[in-house]
Design a protein around this ligand. Structure first.
Ligand code: ADP
Length: 197
C-alpha cells in the first residue's frame, strides 16, 4: 500500500516536471513562401509534410506588384490554396510583400519551409537560405523533399501544359484544373478578338 502511494507521488512529480519543461519548448511557426500560380500537388505534398512537423504553418503568397505576370490574381491564388488546405487545422494562408525575413519576424515565425525537387533547385535555395540567415539569424530555413512523383512538377510546367490543352490530372487538384481550363479559355477568347494585321 505504502509503496503504491509513493509511486503515485513520484508519478505526479514527473508529470509536473514534464509540464514545466514543455513550457520551455518553443512553438515552431513556419512560413511556406512562394508564388503558387497556381498551387500544384507538389506544393500540397509539402504542406501536408510541413504541418505534421510544425506547430503552425503559414502558406504565404509573395506579391510582387512591379513584376506581376502571374496567370491568377492574388485573390484567386489565395482562394484555391484556402480551399485545398481547409481540412488542415494548423495551416493558414496569407499574402506578403517585401522582405520575407521582415514578414517572418512580424508574424513571430521561427522557420521557413522550402521545397527541394532536384539538384537544380539546390543552388538557388542555398543562396536564398544563407542570405536570409545573414539578414535574420533567428529564422531557420527547413528544406523538405516531395514524393518522387512530384519532383518534376512546377507551376510553370502546369501553366504550359494547360495552355496547350494537355492533361493535368495528377498534377493539380480538380478545382485548380477547372480554374486553369477556364483561364486558358478566357485568354484565348481575348486574343482572338485582337485583329491580326
Ligand atoms: P513553382 O516553382 O512551382 O513556381 P513556387 O515559386 O510557388 O513554385 O515555389 C514555392 C516553394 O515550393 C519553393 O520552395 C519550391 O521549391 C516549392 N515547390 C514547388 N513545386 C514543388 C514540388 N513539385 N515539390 C516540392 N516543392 C515544390
Amino acid at each position: 500500500m505504502q509503496k503504491h502511494c509513493l509511486a503515485g507521488v513520484a508519478q505526479h512529480k514527473i508529470e509536473a516536471l514534464n509540464t514545466n519543461l514543455r513550457g520551455f519548448l518553443k512553438q515552431i511557426v513556419a512560413i511556406y513562401p512562394g508564388s503558387f500560380d497556381p498551387v500544384t500537388n507538389g506544393h500540397l505534398d509539402l504542406i501536408h509534410r510541413g504541418c505534421k512537423l510544425f506547430d503552425r504553418l503559414v502558406v504565404a503568397i509573395a506579391r510582387n506588384p512591379e513584376k506581376d505576370d502571374s496567370l491568377f490574381s492574388l485573390e484567386e491564388r489565395m482562394e484555391m490554396l484556402k480551399a485545398m488546405t481547409a481540412d488542415l487545422d494548423n495551416v493558414t494562408v496569407d499574402a506578403f510583400e517585401g522582405l520575407l525575413m521582415t514578414y517572418c519576424i512580424e508574424n513571430h515565425a521561427n522557420a521557413v519551409l522550402r521545397g527541394i525537387r532536384a539538384v537544380s533547385d539546390y543552388e538557388f535555395e542555398l543562396q536564398m537560405a544563407l542570405m536570409n540567415r545573414k539578414i535574420e539569424p533567428r529564422v531557420e530555413t527547413v528544406f523538405m523533399m516531395p514524393a518522387e512523383k512530384y519532383s518534376y512538377l512546377s507551376s510553370r510546367i502546369v501553366r504550359e501544359i494547360a495552355s496547350f490543352g494537355g492533361p493535368l490530372s495528377g498534377f493539380v487538384p480538380e478545382l485548380v484544373e477547372a480554374h486553369l481550363r477556364r483561364r486558358v479559355a478566357q485568354k484565348r477568347a481575348a486574343t482572338s478578338e485582337i485583329p491580326i494585321k
